[in-house]
Each structure stands twice: as C-alpha cells, then as structure tokens.
Design a protein around this ligand. Structure first.
Ligand SMILES: *[C@@H]1O[C@H](CO)[C@@H](O)[C@H](O)[C@H]1NC(C)=O
Ligand SMILES: *[C@@H]1O[C@H](CO)[C@@H](O)[C@H](O)[C@H]1NC(C)=O
Ligand SMILES: *[C@@H]1O[C@H](CO)[C@@H](O)[C@H](O)[C@H]1NC(C)=O
Ligand SMILES: *[C@@H]1O[C@H](CO)[C@@H](O)[C@H](O)[C@H]1NC(C)=O
Ligand SMILES: *[C@@H]1O[C@H](CO)[C@@H](O)[C@H](O)[C@H]1NC(C)=O
Length: 390
C-alpha cells in the first residue's frame, strides 16, 4: 500500500510543470496552425538568433518616445536587436505591415493602460511605418493619451493613459516618486477610456507596476483598505486586492456598454528586470542578450499578478459569451521574462540629465516588445473579418 502511495505521489510530483507558465496554459484558441493542421501555442517558445535585425530604426520611425530611443542616447550594443521569438511548435510569421493594415481597414485599436501600453502602441506605429504614416487626431483631453488615423485605411489607433484602469486621483505622467500615496477607486472605470471606448473594434487592456505603489483603495467612494499606507485605522490589503478589482471593474464595464462590439485583449503583465538591487537600491539592467528560462523566472508579485489577471479574463470571457463579446489572451509575459537585455537602462536619457535611476521597466524601440505586435497580428488574423458588427 505504502509503495503504491509513494509511487502515486512521485507520479503526481513529476506532473508538476517545471515551467511556471504551464500552470496557466489557457483554454484559448491558438492563433497559428502548424503545417499538419495542429494548433500551436505561439506564446510558448524561445528566442533564436536573427542576424537581419529589427524592422525599423530610430531614423525610419518618427514615433519613438524619447525615453525608449535607446540608440539615440548612446546604447552601445546592438546584438539585443538580433533575436526573434520562435514558438516551440511552429514559426511566428514576420510582421507584415500591409497585411495588418488590410485587416484593420475601417476599424480601430485602443490601448488602455500605463506607459507600457503606450510603449506597445508606439512599437505598432513603427512596425506600420513602412506602409503608412498616420495623422494625429487630438480628440483626447487626458494627459499622455493620443489618437491617430491612417487616412488611406480609415484606421484609428489610440492609447488611453490610465495606469490603474480605474479612477485614480493622483496619477500623473510625471508623478513624483514611486513612493507617493495614490488614491484608487477600484470600482469606477477610468473616465479617460470609459468615455470613448464604445466605438473601438479592438481593445487591448494592460496594467502592472503602478499597483505596487503605496495606495488607498476606495469602493462606493469609501476607504476599504490600503496597501503600504501606514495608517493605523485603515485595513491592510495587498496590491493584488486592487489589481483584481481593477480588472474586474474594467471588464464588467466593457460588458455593460450597450453599443460596444469590440474584441477585448488582455496583454499580460510586463516583467521588469532590476538586478543587484531594486529600482531604488541601485538595481540595474545591463545585460546584452536574452537569458534561458532556467536562469530567469517571473518573480516578486508578478506570478500572482499574472494569474489574477488571467482569472479575471476567464470570468469576463464567460460572461461575454452570453453577450456575444469576445475576450482574448495576448499572453506576452513568458517571451519577455527572458529579455532583461531589452530595457533602456541608463540609455533612456542623455547623459547630461544625470540619470540616477535606470529604466528596467519600459522597452527599447526597436526591441523585444515588437514581438507583442507580431502576436497581435496573428490574433487579429484569427478573429477574421466576420467577428465584428462593423
Ligand atoms: C538615431 O540614433 C543615432 C545613433 O545610432 C543617433 O546618432 C541619432 O541622433 C538618432 N536619431 C534620431 C532621430 O533619434
Ligand atoms: C471610418 O471608420 C469608422 C469606424 O471606425 C466609421 O464610423 C466611419 O464611418 C468610417 N469613415 C469612412 C469615411 O469610411
Ligand atoms: C483614520 O484616522 C484619521 C485621523 O484620525 C481620520 O482623518 C480618518 O478619517 C480615519 N479613517 C478612517 C477610514 O476611519
Ligand atoms: C498594517 O501593517 C503595518 C505594517 O505591516 C502595521 O504597522 C499596521 O499596524 C497595520 N495596520 C492595521 C490596521 O492592521
Ligand atoms: C546628479 O545627481 C546626484 C545624486 O542625486 C547629485 O548629488 C548631483 O548634484 C547631480 N548633479 C547634477 C549636475 O545635477
């Protein structure tokens, strides 16, 4: 009997996936089929050398935000630009700007989130630069939000700067130190996107690092607790409390919009890579090439943030089915965990600006973040033209 139990235990142990992400392998359809017609999960794979290098440069693309223009600010190494993501069971097709623009003719894409959402939007604008240059449309009054139109395709791309997804009082693009206390209304969608999202065909939702700050959470306008606020009479809650509520509120609000017919994508959490310290204790990111998945894992609160947001997406997808609304997983995390070399580090500003905190959060353009939009193209292809009302 004992031997049988031990054997069963050993078998069960052996079944525990070594790769963290296998825990979350999702019920989502896979965007790319292999030759034999088998499904291939494009989000599981590894980086392989690609000597041809990136799709664009800081000269061919005028949309690179200064702080992510690593070459301009003297990043000396370029080897980090010469890798491509190789899914385990298939090839990830190269980004095809003409194909992308054909797919989105007469449609619109919105990125909702913090500066990493904008980072992805700017990567997309750069990837499309070979085929089209959009005009800026200034119909968004919120800071750092922007909208632009590819007139030949009547295609709109917008980003709504909303670092908590929900209403906040103090978040500003230039918000002081990451230590300042934020007031976050976890049951109220942020007006910046909520007021305009109804007409969008594709909505890409993301959130992350802002939830790690000290913050007070409100529901129904009342304080329900806080994270790192050091107030004796306020209940201690974890960052995950606010994180879960924010996604819940976002997805529920999208579901509640009468005229919304869009497909919602969750772009999963983007790992930062401070090594030899945290952002405020001398940590840095100085690597020049990808690492193996054995060498680097998702750490800190990120694994739980990842599973929390995927759970909320699953819940929304279930509700969405009744409403005929689609919720999809844009599962970018695994690919970027092993790219500690992709951040600006000290090369997000001129040396004269006395940079004391390296940026190990955002991603250089060009850089590994371009892969997020290679994924996005494959997912849009899968959605096909028939999925939308317009
Ligand atoms: C592009 O990067 C180069 C260095 O590779 C730099 O000299 C140049 O000023 C940059 N140009 C722009 C427009 O960012
Ligand atoms: C452009 O696309 C929008 C939807 O994104 C649609 O409402 C509008 O009528 C289109 N305009 C033209 C000129 O086709
Ligand atoms: C906590 O105490 C402060 C100072 O006494 C008070 O202003 C605040 O309203 C209290 N907060 C709650 C949630 O009771
Ligand atoms: C919350 O946690 C902090 C530090 O862990 C502690 O000092 C404080 O008393 C706690 N507050 C409450 C209301 O439990
Ligand atoms: C650069 O930053 C250091 C550390 O914060 C400070 O002591 C120094 O005065 C700064 N130098 C300039 C030129 O701003």
């Amino acid at each position: 009997m004992k031997i049988i139990l031990v054997t069963i235990a050993l078998i069960l142990l052996a079944m525990i996936p070594l790769n963290l992400f296998s825990h979350f392998s999702s019920p989502w359809p896979s965007p790319v089929s292999t030759k034999r017609g088998k499904k291939c999960d494009i989000f599981r794979g590894k980086w392989v050398r690609y000597p041809k290098g990136p799709y664009y440069t800081n000269v061919t693309c005028r949309h690179i935000f200064q702080q992510q223009n690593c070459m301009k600010f003297g990043r000396p190494d370029t080897q980090f630009l010469k890798w491509r993501w190789k899914p385990d069971e298939c090839e990830l097709p190269l980004f095809d700007a003409a194909q992308f623009l054909e797919l989105v003719k007469g449609k619109s894409v919105a990125f909702i989130g913090d500066s990493l959402a904008r980072n992805q939007m700017e990567s997309l604008l750069c990837l499309l630069a070979s085929e089209g240059d959009p005009i800026a449309v200034s119909n968004i009054k919120y800071p750092l939000s922007k909208s632009c139109l590819y007139t030949d395709y009547n295609f709109t791309v917008a980003s709504f700067w909303s670092p908590y997804l929900v209403k906040d009082i103090d978040a500003k693009p230039t918000a002081g130190t990451p230590n300042s206390l934020m007031h976050v209304f976890v049951d109220e969608a942020h007006e910046a996107w909520m007021s305009q999202i109804e007409k969008f065909s594709y909505v890409i939702v993301s959130a992350g690092i802002w939830f790690l700050r000290p913050q007070v959470y409100y529901e129904n306008g009342n304080i329900v607790g806080c994270h790192l606020c050091h107030k004796k009479n306020v209940t201690n809650l974890t960052a995950l409390y606010g994180y879960r509520k924010a996604f819940q509120t976002t997805f529920r609000n999208l579901l509640s919009l009468k005229n919304f017919k869009g497909v919602t994508f969750l772009r999963t959490v983007s790992p930062s890579h401070f090594e030899n310290g945290e952002w405020n204790t001398g940590g840095n990111c100085v690597r020049t090439k990808p690492v193996s998945s054995k060498e680097m894992r998702l750490k800190g609160l990120y694994p739980e943030m990842y599973s929390t947001q995927v759970e909320e997406l699953n819940a929304a997808a279930k509700l969405g089915r009744k409403r005929g609304l689609k919720f999809r997983l844009l599962d970018t995390t695994e690919a970027l965990v092993v790219r500690p070399d992709g951040h600006p580090g000290y090369y997000g500003k001129t040396v004269h600006e006395n940079v004391t905190i390296p940026d190990c959060v955002h991603w250089c353009l060009p850089g590994p973040i371009d892969t997020w939009n290679e994924f996005l193209l494959q997912m849009l292809k899968m959605e096909g033209d028939s999925s939308l009302g317009q």
